[in-house]
Design a protein around this ligand. Structure first.
Ligand code: DX5
Ligand code: ZN
Length: 222
């Protein structure tokens, strides 16, 4: 059976006045998970949401919470993120001194393990040993932490390369793309092998319901 491509609206672009309503609505119209960007002002030059907010909005929806930690040494917060209601906890390759230990601590909390890589990080770092415990490989298709950037075209090749690496070691994991995914490039990223689509502006600019419906129908044809 064809695998369903997951659509994950990125809350960074949501209208926080109506978060509860928007979360309930996105669940009804075809979102699969909620992408939550956690920024620490050190790993990335910005601040965003944290545990308290995640815990609070956990009551608004049953959608999977896909927590993207743009945080230096995220191992300090894994337990709290898990307790707050995260389902997938993604840490950055570039942010961890003890990457294996950090990934293990996510697994120990019973959560799905995500590993994100920045655009300039070589895919050579994705060795068999590293990939084995991972549920989601998240490729940044813009530089994390900054708004208003363009999708990096070379990402398409990188998605295929990640898919190839997973295939070579017979490992099944999702490939998530994050950063300026729109109706114009969504088809290309899925055809290259992406299985989780994060979208911020493309969903929250204008009519959220209409935007999710359009993306969902396009994804269902791919
Ligand atoms: C970038 C964030 C993304 C971002 C996606 O630092 O990790 O999740 O919110 O939003 P768009 O799709 O608008 O680039
Ligand atoms: Zn993100």
């Amino acid at each position: 059976m064809k695998k369903r491509i997951k659509l994950a609206p990125s809350l960074l672009e949501a209208d926080y006045r109506f978060l509860d309503k928007q979360l309930k609505m996105m669940e009804t119209v075809g979102a699969d998970s909620v992408h939550i960007d956690v920024m620490d002002g050190t790993f990335v030059p910005n601040l965003s949401m944290g545990m308290k907010m995640i815990q609070s909005i956990r009551q608004s929806t049953k959608l999977e919470f896909d927590v993207h930690m743009m945080v230096q040494e995220p191992h300090r917060f894994i337990k709290k993120m898990a307790e707050a209601g995260s389902d997938v906890i993604t840490v950055h390759f570039e942010a961890c001194k003890d990457l294996t230990g950090t990934l293990n601590s996510i697994k120990k909390e019973g959560k799905k393990v995500g590993l994100a890589i920045k655009p300039e990080t070589s895919l050579d770092v994705l060795t068999e040993n590293l990939l084995m415990p991972i549920d989601v490989v998240q490729l940044m298709t813009v530089e994390p932490g900054l708004e208003g950037q363009s999708f990096i075209p070379d990402s398409i090749n990188k998605i295929s390369e990640i898919q190839k690496k997973l295939h070579e070691i017979d490992k099944s994991a999702d490939i998530e793309v994050d950063g300026n995914i729109t109706m114009d490039n969504i088809k290309q990223v899925v055809q290259a092998g992406a299985t989780i689509i994060v979208a911020g502006k493309a969903i929250f600019s204008g009519d959220m319901v209409e935007n999710i419906r359009k993306m969902r129908s396009l994804l269902d044809t791919l």
